[in-house]
Design a protein around this ligand. Structure first.
Ligand code: ZN
Length: 419
């Protein structure tokens, strides 16, 4: 049955917000948007759901996360590893140490909690990275959409062969989850050049989406540029890869990616903190998408992404929380609030809100379904109920200010309430 949803303020995302705005839902799709009176007159049979003094806002998109690590803080506490990491390499070594010894069930429970926390934070779609293939069944009935990227990495040719077999089996097997399956060759420093090229080849042949951590730390740039630095001296020996050190590639991260066949728009890049101007211009020309994770970059002390240049070059920007090993919540509301200060003077509030909605949806190939509340999109939105509703003039800053997660008072996915 057609249904009209209305509230004090309708934040469409693709057009200015409307006071007293309403949308008509038919079968989970927005069929019309306009003033409540108009929609009622034209659709007298429709049921009206009025949220009163609230805001209807598009669901957010967390374009980069690792929900299987949602329980990381409690695992780290149990392992006595809660001190702030002093740098990027110290952080990744600690992550590996904490993950070691966990059993598959712990990852499954952790992923389930991550899914629940994401929905509760008003997230409608995720670009989620999964290293524990067995735990992906936690997604079976989840009200989340997006892409589940199966992570792969390695340097030892024998272990890589085994990893490839598992991935092929997972890709060929039955999958009933609500997310599309994709692949993630972790990062240029953690996967052999030949294997990385094969993963990109598989994605292109099978039409799968892909995601790659790129240009995150100075250590990665030094590794690819000169075959030196912290990854060579500390990371490779610590993970037993001392015998697999590649020769210096003498490439910057984007050149290296291009040579592996990884410069295609369906390969969502993540971080990009160290990107230089020529690299950014090349990403723009290739119509690439980039997910930024400012809270994670802050925690790991890797620097600030060059957003002004990225925007000028036309790179589509999205936002990600990254994992609970490097941020305090899975809320994109919280990420936007942090980013507003982190990128002060460079990113205005509407651009930031777009990154957390349409930018993320586009980056995951869901731009025609989610990202805003325009006609033809899914009727998927959240209801915010602040103590004092903002005026239309206050709205842009309100949407990227701290405190929004706690105001969520309802989630509707494809026309139906969730939870
Ligand atoms: Zn990540």
């Amino acid at each position: 049955m057609p249904r009209i949803y209305t509230a004090r303020t309708l934040v469409r995302g693709d057009a200015p917000p409307v006071e007293g705005g309403a949308l008509l839902d038919v079968g989970g799709r927005v069929r019309a948007v306009g003033p409540l009176g108009d929609l009622k007159r034209r659709n007298p049979a429709a049921e009206v759901v009025d949220f009163g003094e609230a805001l209807m806002v598009p669901l957010l998109v967390n374009a980069h996360t690792h929900l299987e690590l949602t329980d990381y803080p409690r695992w780290a506490e149990a392992a006595g590893k809660t001190a702030e990491p002093e740098d990027f390499v110290a952080w990744i070594l600690r992550l590996i140490e904490v993950k070691r010894g966990l059993d598959p069930e712990q990852f499954s429970h952790s992923l389930s909690r991550g899914i629940g926390q994401s929905i509760a934070a008003g997230t409608g779609a995720v670009g989620d990275i999964c290293s524990q293939l067995g735990s992906r069944t936690a997604y079976r009935d989840a009200a989340l959409q997006g892409v589940l990227f199966l992570e792969t990495l390695g340097q030892d040719p024998e272990l890589i062969l085994n990893a490839e077999k598992h991935l092929t089996r997972a890709l060929n097997g039955l999958w009933e989850g609500p997310l599309a399956l994709g692949l993630s060759p972790h990062s240029p420093y953690s996967i052999s050049a030949a294997y990385m090229s094969r993963v990109y080849g598989t994605c292109r042949t099978r039409g799968l989406r892909c995601t790659t951590h790129l240009a995150e730390s100075v250590a990665e740039v030094e590794f690819l540029g000169g075959g030196r630095g912290d990854l060579v001296q500390r990371f490779y020996p610590a993970v037993g890869w001392g015998g697999f050190l590649p020769r210096a590639a003498h490439r910057n991260p984007v050149e290296y990616l291009a040579e592996r066949g990884g410069l295609f728009p369906e390969n969502l890049l993540v971080h990009g903190v160290q990107l230089t101007a020529p690299e950014i211009d090349l990403l723009g020309r290739q119509h690439m998408h980039l997910a930024l994770c400012p809270r994670s970059n802050d925690r790991l002390k890797v620097g600030t992404a060059p957003v002004a240049r990225l925007l000028r070059a036309g790179v589509n920007l999205a936002l990600g929380t990254d994992s609970r090993s490097s941020c305090d919540s899975l809320s994109i509301w919280d990420e936007m609030a942090f980013a507003h200060g982190w990128f002060e003077g460079v990113l205005d509030a509407p651009t930031l809100f777009r990154m957390g909605t349409q930018g993320g949806a586009d980056a995951l190939g869901l731009g025609h379904e989610l990202g805003c509340l325009g006609v033809g999109k899914q009727t998927s939105f959240q209801v915010l109920r602040p103590e004092r509703p903002p005026t239309l003039g206050e709205l842009p800053d309100y949407l990227v200010a701290p405190g929004r997660t706690a105001e969520i008072d309802g989630i509707v996915v494809r026309g139906l309430p969730v939870g």
